[in-house]
Structures are given as C-alpha cells and as structure tokens.
Design a binder for this molecule. Structure first.
Ligand code: HEC
Length: 176
C-alpha cells in the first residue's frame, strides 16, 4: 500500500504549519504590545463617575457658613429671581406699540395668513363690534376664525394678560 500523503502534500503541510505557527506568535506579540500601550496610557477618568463618587463620599450634613452661608444663598435666590424676571416678555412693558412692533406686526402689518391688517378699518369693524372682551379673549387664548389662526398670545406665552390687553387696545385704536 502506497503512502496516501504525496511529497508535495508533505511539503505543503510543513509550510502551512510553519505559517500558522508564525501567525500565532505575531498574535501573541500584538496582544502583549496592546497590554503595554494600555498600561502606559491610562484612560481619562469618566467625569460622570467622578461626580457620582464625590456625591457618595460627601459629608452627610453640609456646612452652610461663610461662602456657602445665608448671605450666599440669598444672593443666589436673588440672581435666580432676576433671571426669571428677564423671562417676562419685553421687560414687562405694557406699551402696546412696543409689543406690537416686536411680535404682532409679523402677521398683522401685512395681513399674513388672514390676519386683520392693522389700520384697515374694513378688516377691523366687525371684529371691534364684538367688544373688547372678546378681542382680548381671542388674542390671549388664541382663536381660529374664518380667515385663519390667531396663535395664543401671538405665539409668545411669556406675555402677560395685561400686556396682551394693552396691545389689543393699541391695535384697535389704530384701526378705528
Ligand atoms: C402668526 C400670525 C399672527 C401673529 C404673530 C399674531 N396674530 Fe393676531 N391674528 C392672526 C390671524 C390669522 C387672525 C385672524 C383669525 C380669524 O379671524 O380667522 C388674528 C386675529 C387677531 C385679533 C382679532 C380677534 C377677533 O376676535 O377677531 C386680535 C385682537 C389679534 N389678532 C391680536 C394680536 C396680538 C395682540 C398679537 C401680538 C401679541 C397678534 N395678534 C399676533 C394671526 C396672528
């Protein structure tokens, strides 16, 4: 019976196992290199994790004195309330023209999207006839009529009802 592995097969198997062996050595070498690089460059600490640790090891009862005392808290509260006041639309003005010029004019000057044009008596006569209460109500709460959609407070919820009423009054005054 002849040997089923020919000479060329034997030569191939030898080369092939040498190649596999070589690649295995390269793989182990790359692994070691990666470990070395990882050790010499520790990853940046995760700020979220640091925050959590700081919270965990913080003293149970914080001390509020000096910089963290009552005066500082009051100053912070004052700053917060000032920032909140800034959220009042147009510094809280009740000057209808100012508010109109900043917001309502985008629709009401040119009559965009079916808005009654300011100063256009024909546009306004029937609306004014509804009475100021209805106009105010429609401007504040928003209103969908025959010609289009008037958004609540003209789209700026930071406007107060007083500011809206003043603006409606000013608009009506221009349109009588
Ligand atoms: C996005 C466009 C738009 C803006 C901005 C806008 N309006 Fe209007 N407004 C309309 C439209 C459209 C109508 C007409 C709705 C209808 O009658 O179908 C309307 C109608 C009105 C009316 C008449 C309501 C009635 O009962 O007939 C008043 C008053 C009014 N707006 C006030 C204001 C004021 C005050 C502002 C600014 C704070 C403002 N609008 C901003 C689109 C706008």
């Amino acid at each position: 019976m002849s040997n089923p592995v020919s000479n060329t097969d034997a030569a191939f198997l030898k080369r092939f196992s040498q190649l596999i062996g070589f690649l295995a050595v390269v793989a182990v070498g790359l692994g070691l290199l990666a470990l070395y690089i990882h050790d010499s460059n520790p990853p940046a600490p995760n700020p979220d994790a640091q925050k959590v640790v700081a919270q965990r090891i913080a003293p149970v009862g914080g001390v509020y004195a000096g910089d963290t005392g009552r005066a500082a808290m009051q100053a912070a509260a004052e700053a917060a309330s000032k920032a909140a006041a800034g959220a009042v639309a147009y510094d809280g003005t009740t000057d209808g023209k100012t508010i109109y010029d900043n917001l309502c004019h985008t629709c009401h000057t040119a009559g965009i999207a079916g808005a009654p044009k300011i100063g256009d008596k024909a546009d306004w006569a029937a609306r004014i006839a509804q009475g100021m209460d209805t106009l105010d109500q429609h401007a504040i709460a928003g209103f969908t009529g025959k010609t289009g959609v008037m958004p609540p407070k003209g789209g700026n919820p930071a406007l107060s009802d007083e500011q809206m009423k003043a603006t409606v009054a000013w608009m009506v005054e221009q349109s009588k």
